[in-house]
Design a protein around this ligand. Structure first.
Ligand code: NDP
Length: 334
């Protein structure tokens, strides 16, 4: 049996990764911050035996040695997927709230594996388009070759803190491989905005995960007076992101690579239009029909070839993703 440790098991993307790991027969152990979250995950999989799905508590990934016990397992782990990292926009202390957990969480798990888990062959780190994008001067075409040039000083600006946390964490991972030369290799998954079904056992009316909040805001009528700015114009569906994490452990040549997981361009106007078409009963909650798109004509392009060729990703459409997201939101009572 092949055994996988998945950090941040209570997260949106992680919940979809759990489904794929179980479907494909992996023994899966997740890290969560509390017993309560661990029990919720087990309860949501009532027919899965505990040898197939279990949890261990890691209260705060930023703590020194946070993963030292979680990584010791019998039978031992073969692979690690590291998704745990803060993702929200409430920045009060940039270092404590974001930079420490992102960076120390990433170096912490790599150190723990090197010290205590010699059977681990590969670690897949969930990075982000945030570690690629250059908001000051967009690339013509974004690909895995680009790095966000953000500095530590700029990271103190709350508007940049999250993106900086992902950039420095991913850099720290590659630096660790370079300097420590461990027995395992790494791959990183770099998605932009991730949309897709919210996880019923984790979400409620007032606690929808960050990346789906623009869809839930529209569905709740919060943008009735007008569309909010889109921000960055790239997106991907959560099923494809989750599948990419699992393919990144299955495909030998994935090691040593970043994977830019991007389905396409979108704007908030496209999301509103899809909701209007697929859920006409929500019409009176949506931004005005004649709102125009804020996507510039010369918007950047993207190159997702590597994810298709190496990982075999077949990207879902925006229409399918948005309508699945709305369906899931209505099911949890949004
Ligand atoms: P979620 O907020 O749903 O998941 C984040 C996970 O990280 C949760 O399990 C959370 O635990 C855990 N976590 C956060 N801080 C800590 C900490 N200090 N100690 C322990 N655990 C912690 O977000 P997503 O699923 O969307 O994000 C997962 C990963 O994907 C992150 O690395 C994020 O940066 C990345 N990503 C997400 C994108 C998106 O659009 N969703 C786009 C690109 C990258 P808890 O539930 O207890 O808070």
């Amino acid at each position: 049996m092949v055994k996988v440790l998945l950090t941040g098991g209570s997260g949106f993307i992680a919940a979809h990764i759990i489904d794929i790991l179980l479907e494909r027969g992996y023994d899966t152990v997740v890290t969560v911050r509390s017993e309560e979250k661990g029990q919720k995950i087990l309860k949501a999989h009532p027919n899965t035996p505990k040898e197939k799905l279990w949890y261990v508590i890691v209260k705060d990934v930023a703590e020194e040695g946070a993963f030292d016990e979680a990584i010791k397992s019998n039978p031992p782990f073969d692979y690690v997927l590291h998704t745990a990292s803060p993702f929200h926009y409430n920045v009060s202390d940039p270092v404590k709230d974001f930079l420490d957990p992102a960076i120390k969480g990433t170096t912490g798990i790599l150190k723990a594996i090197k010290a205590h888990a010699p059977t681990v062959k590969r670690v897949v780190v969930t990075s982000s388009f945030a570690a690629i994008v250059n908001v000051k001067q967009h690339a013509k075409v974004y690909s895995e070759k680009a790095w966000n040039p953000v500095t530590w000083e700029e990271a103190m600006d709350p508007a940049q803190t999250y993106r900086a946390s992902k950039t420095f964490a991913e850099k720290a991972a590659w630096d660790f491989i370079e300097s420590e030369k461990p027995n395992f290799d790494i791959a990183t998954i770099n998605p932009p905005l991730v949309l897709g079904p919210v996880v019923p056992y984790l979400n409620s009316l007032d606690a929808v995960n960050t990346s789906n909040s623009r869809v839930s805001n529209m569905v709740q009528g919060n943008n009735k007076d007008g569309l909010l700015p889109t921000g960055t114009f790239l997106w991907v569906d959560v099923h494809d992101v989750a599948f990419a994490h699992v393919r990144a452990i299955e495909v030998p040549e994935a090691g040593g690579n970043r994977f830019f997981l991007v389905a396409g361009l979108y704007s908030n106007k496209d999301i509103a239009d899809i909701i209007r078409e697929t859920y006409p009963q929500l019409e009176d909650k949506l931004p005005p029909k004649d709102s125009s798109s804020d996507m510039p004509a010369d918007v950047y392009g993207f190159d997702n070839k590597k994810s298709i060729e190496v990982l075999g990703i077949k990207y879902r459409s925006l229409r399918e993703s948005v309508s699945d997201t709305v369906k899931s939101l209505l099911e949890v009572g949004v």
